[in-house]
Design a protein around this ligand. Structure first.
Ligand SMILES: [Zn+2]
Length: 259
């Protein structure tokens, strides 16, 4: 869609909007009507129309042998499997959307950064939904780098990594685990009381849990935990727990706190 305003104005206004600037302030800053800002947001943020032409020209690691940032890819794969999806947009372009709890602000910034590292020159945008933020980047090649894309929900279809994806995760298991645990995991504190030398004492047991309804995705999580020698157990139908003291400490060190 042609704009009367230069593309640089549209881009700048959308960046401000991505960063949370209210529409009225944004309109005043860019010298356009509030309804123009709203129209841009509707087109580019809500409907996910690709911005500019950057989404077309970035070469693909699979089709064009473009370089791929492996640690960033391993982590983004974890986020995608945990809480992401790919949607078809217009003209053969796809949107990669990752949903994150809005309380974890640093993780939202991190997801956008990972998208930029996997698809150089991309400009991920953020959209607020109740309780969460959706980070989206558009590219023709998302289905090439995430071939797990397919119709239906992830837990209703097999999720099997290609050999090249397995090799990347084998080289960067902590990054992959970080994506998985920061999207679909939590670090909980359990506690219990014990009598020690005649006195009741309280003991805290932190643990990491990963919950996902897809058996295949849970198995990938367990495989990656095995790669870093972190003991795990299946604690209920959909949940993997890491609860030994050494295992929790190792995972803390590898994947960091949710932030
Ligand atoms: Zn491709």
């Amino acid at each position: 869609m042609p704009h009367i305003r230069p593309q640089s104005t549209v881009d700048s206004a959308l960046r401000c909007s991505d960063e949370g600037m209210p529409d009225a302030d944004n309109a005043a800053l860019h010298g356009v009507a509030v309804k123009t800002i709203r129209r841009w947001r509707r087109l580019y943020q809500r409907r996910g129309v690709p911005r500019g032409q950057a989404h077309c020209s970035v070469p693909c690691p699979r089709c064009d042998d473009a370089p791929l940032d492996h640690p960033a890819y391993a982590e983004l794969l974890g986020w995608y499997l945990g809480d992401g999806h790919i949607s078809r947009q217009r003209r053969g372009v796809y949107g990669l959307h990752i949903i994150n709890d809005r309380r974890y602000i640093q993780d939202v910034a991190r997801i956008a950064d990972l998208m930029r590292r996997v698809k150089p020159a991309s400009r991920p945008h953020r959209r607020n939904v109740p309780g969460a933020v959706i980070v989206t980047a558009s590219w023709k090649h998302w289905p090439c780098v995430f071939p797990q894309h397919g119709p239906g929900r992830k837990h209703e279809r097999p999720i099997v990594l290609d050999d090249w994806q397995r090799s990347i995760v084998e080289a960067h298991p902590a990054d992959f685990l970080r994506g998985l645990f920061h999207s679909d995991g939590c670090r909980a504190n359990n506690w219990t009381r014990k009598v020690v030398a005649g006195e009741w004492k309280r003991y805290d047991y932190p643990r990491w849990q990963f919950s996902n309804v897809s058996t295949d995705i849970r198995e990938l999580c367990c495989w990656a935990l095995d790669l870093v020698d972190v003991p795990w157990r299946q604690s209920n139908d959909h949940t993997i727990s890491v609860s030994t003291r050494a295992g929790v400490a190792r995972l803390d060190e590898l994947i960091g706190p949710k932030a």
